[in-house]
Design a protein around this ligand. Structure first.
Ligand code: M6R
Length: 364
């Protein structure tokens, strides 16, 4: 049941801390802070390429996974929408790895991509939340997200659990390949293990996000911006807002604004920016400043170090706990999901069962 929550989605949002902790504990030993990956169907040291394939939010998790694996393990990675991969006919190297990401393990397009990648000689690893699912059965190996059943059509806790698994995989690959120094591994695993507590702190008081939701609920169009690993989270924010509140939203890479979308900037189009401090902060902040100078209303998520610079031009700044930039996409996923939830509640849409959608899309 929903317990004391109004919707399954609200309950599931509040399960982020527990699910993140449970999932991370499967792959990281809290005492030694070392990543311990299960047996994999390919050797991360020799693998020539990783091809991710997934749909919807799972595809966005895969995109974050691509940034992580490239950064710490230096393996070439592709990430495709499963329905596109099926018909794209990409050249695939002998012995390459295919990673399928899916909450249900039953999504028709992802399953078809799995079969295609397997036929083409790829070693298939699925990241699924359902151990007995079709994808788990048809893969050479499976790693599980420990999210528990997710009832709301919107993927919430399953999404952050996918991120937790993919971050662990990236660190495990980096360790195996020697591209990640032991001290760096310890620093990043420590940062990951702190995420559940930060998530809990963030969920304790969502009054600022509720205030932001009241403004967003008035809009007809909304832009979400991010850079690097926050770019897929901007896409996740836009996807959640669309599917739950039926407000038109788009996610963009902040640096891409001046190539077209900046023409949309207008006081009626709120700009939600994901801009934590870190190596990309100045770049994103300057894109936001350009949008503000053209009348854009900037609503930014950042941390204490990023807040002062953004307050000079942003209408609202929501300060999240300070974390290592490596884990920032996990932490930022939570407020954008919360925002979509609150906007949907304000608009009175069917939060757990949005129109036209199914929890598992088992047709092509
Ligand atoms: O079960 P899957 O993870 O394969 O589902 C993929 C998508 O259908 C799913 O993530 C969808 O985009 C969600 N409704 C997004 O919240």
């Amino acid at each position: 049941g929903k317990g004391n929550y109004r919707h399954f989605m609200e309950k599931e949002l509040h399960e982020h801390p527990v699910v993140l902790g449970d999932t991370l504990r499967q792959y990281i030993d809290p005492a030694s802070r070392a990543v311990a990956l299960p047996e994999l169907p390919f050797d991360p040291v020799a693998v020539p390429k990783i091809s991710f394939s997934a749909c919807g939010s799972a595809y966005l998790a895969a995109q974050v996974g691509r940034y992580w694996i490239e950064q710490v393990a230096r393996i070439p990675v592709d990430a495709d929408i499963a329905s596109e991969l099926r018909y794209r006919d990409p050249p695939l190297p002998e012995g390459g790895a295919a990673l399928l990401v899916s909450q249900s393990g039953e999504t028709a397009d992802t399953l078809a991509a799995l079969r295609l990648l397997r036929e083409r000689g790829q070693r298939v690893l699925s990241v699924v939340n359902v151990a007995e699912s079709s994808m788990a059965r048809e893969s050479h190996g499976t790693v599980l997200t420990v999210a528990g059943p997710e009832i709301g059509v919107a993927s919430t806790k399953a999404f952050t659990a996918q991120l937790a698994v993919l971050a662990s995989l990236a660190l495990g690959f980096g360790r195996a390949r020697g591209t990640l120094a032991p001290a760096e591994e310890a620093r990043l695993t420590a940062a990951l293990l702190e995420v559940p507590a930060h998530a809990a702190a963030l969920l304790e008081d969502s009054s600022e996000i509720l205030e932001l939701a009241r403004e967003v609920a008035q809009a007809r169009d909304v832009l979400f911006l991010g850079r690097g690993s926050l770019y897929p989270i901007a896409l996740e924010g836009a996807l959640k807002l669309k599917e739950l509140s039926y407000i038109h939203a788009e996610g963009y890479a902040a640096g891409e604004m001046k190539h077209g979308p900046i023409a949309l900037i207008d006081p009626a189009v709120p700009v939600i920016a994901l801009c934590p401090s870190g190596p990309l902060f100045e770049k994103t902040a300057s894109n936001l400043q350009e949008a503000a100078a053209r009348g854009g209303r900037i609503m930014a998520f950042t941390d204490a170090a990023g807040a002062p610079a953004l307050r000079r031009f942003a209408e609202r700044v929501v300060v999240l706990p300070a974390v290592d930039p490596f884990v920032a996409p996990i932490l930022h996923a939570i407020p954008v999901q919360l925002l979509a939830y609150h906007v949907a509640v304000l608009k009175g849409t069917d939060v757990d069962q949005p129109r036209n959608l199914a929890k598992a899309v088992t047709v092509e």
